[in-house]
Design a protein. Sequence first.
Length: 118
Amino acid sequence: NYNEISGIFKINKLVTNFEYLEENNHIGNNHYINAGLVLELNKSNSLKFKTRENFTTEATEFYNISYQYENDCLRAAVEYNKSFYSDNDLEPGENLMFTLTIIPFGKIPVSATELTVN
């Protein structure tokens, strides 16, 4: 069984979204919620926050914070991502990334810094 409910709320320049997902039986047994918040500072600048809470493991899996500037032909963003979960190949970690996107062509990662959590 697969159940999902999601919603988006917008009040002026503040946009909140959420998604609850429940997987049972053949797909797996997971229950989690994704939540996001976007603050549009003006036409070109915005702040974004995303997170996921896993109710099966009772843990926060990640959170992402970013600042984005956008005009007609260019998008620049600074993103900070932190993951808390670990798996066979995945370890908890932090990433800081600066990206440039030339809108007609696509995304170009300019530089990234990887920090490890001990």
